[in-house]
Design a protein around this ligand. Structure first.
Ligand SMILES: Nc1ncnc2c1ncn2[C@@H]1O[C@H](COP(=O)(O)OP(=O)(O)OP(=O)(O)O)[C@@H](O)[C@H]1O
Ligand SMILES: [Mg+2]
Length: 263
């Protein structure tokens, strides 16, 4: 028998106790964003946002060419910069296009804190568990087209939530949304093999964050193979030692997106 989480409640259930049924606009604190290196909301002429504007353009081209709109940001090891890239890319996209940022690192969530979002409102964990709707867990960021679904409470064993069928319902709901949003999903590191194996089939493509001099080629190839048939559509070389695109207070990035026909 299917559990509550499996029965199509993603879109349509009553608000959970203590939850706010309306997705009010959330104002972000610029000082907190600065401290947490969230630069993606800045205007395109800002030097700090440049790498994310480049990545945004490459992703928009991929979206236009393939029609794919649901992407996971992954990396082999912990700490390679997945959340940093996912949040900043989603922020940059949300300036010009309907965008949904979903946190699926259910074990060690950090997006709520990083953006200073309410710790009380329902989260994507509640949504996957069937006690909140997608609308209820979404927090719309004021002045942008970005909606964030952060995790409310860390989970020790998130496999049940990720394997319930609710994740596929969630990504289908996003694909079918009238405003055709682009969805960026933050994930746990690939060393948490079970979680990414459950997330990969639900997405259209993976953006792989690679840390120069830290991510081994062998581990990267093995991870990419294990994600198949979900394609890796691009790579972000974070903290690049060579070919710096920018310096300032941030460490170097080098970003590239594969041509759709080469994936
Ligand atoms: N290019 C960068 N420049 C400066 N700081 C960075 C950069 N990329 C990541 N960081 C910082 O490094 C730390 C780890 O990054 P982040 O949390 O994004 O990694 P992660 O891959 O999501 O880690 P985890 O696997 O634990 O979820 C954070 O404090 C982040 O702000
Ligand atoms: Mg992270």
């Amino acid at each position: 028998m299917r559990s509550e989480a499996e029965t199509g409640k993603i879109i349509s259930i009553a608000p959970p106790a203590g939850g706010d049924a309306t997705a009010a606009d959330h104002m972000l604190d610029p000082e907190l964003l600065r401290r947490n290196l969230v630069v993606g909301f800045a205007s395109a002429d800002s030097e700090d946002v440049h790498p994310f504007s480049v990545l945004r353009s490459q992703l928009l081209k991929h979206v236009r060419t393939t029609g794919s709109r649901v992407f996971a940001v992954m990396s082999v090891q912990p700490g390679n910069g997945k959340t940093h890239v996912a949040v900043n890319l989603a922020a940059a996209l949300g300036r010009i296009h309907p965008t949904i940022l979903v946190e699926l690192d259910l074990r060690r969530p950090s997006i709520g804190q990083s953006l200073g979002l309410s710790p009380i409102r329902p989260g994507i964990d509640d949504c996957l568990g069937g006690s909140a709707t997608l609308q209820e867990s979404g927090m719309r960021i004021e002045g942008t087209q970005l909606t964030v679904h952060r995790v409310r409470t860390p989970k020790i064993n998130p496999e049940t939530l990720l394997s319930s069928g609710a994740l596929a319902e969630l990504t289908d709901a996003i694909r079918n949304a009238a405003d055709r949003p682009i969805c960026i999903i933050d994930t746990p590191p690939a060393v948490i093999h079970d979680d990414i194996m459950l997330i990969a089939p639900a997405v259209d493509g993976v953006i792989m964050v690679v840390e120069e001099a830290r991510t081994s080629k062998r581990a990267l190839v093995s991870t990419i193979r294990s994600l198949s048939p979900t394609p890796v559509i691009g790579a972000v070389l974070n903290r690049s030692i060579s070919s710096p695109l920018q310096t300032s207070e941030y460490e170097y990035y080098h970003m590239s997106m594969a041509e759709p026909n080469s994936t």
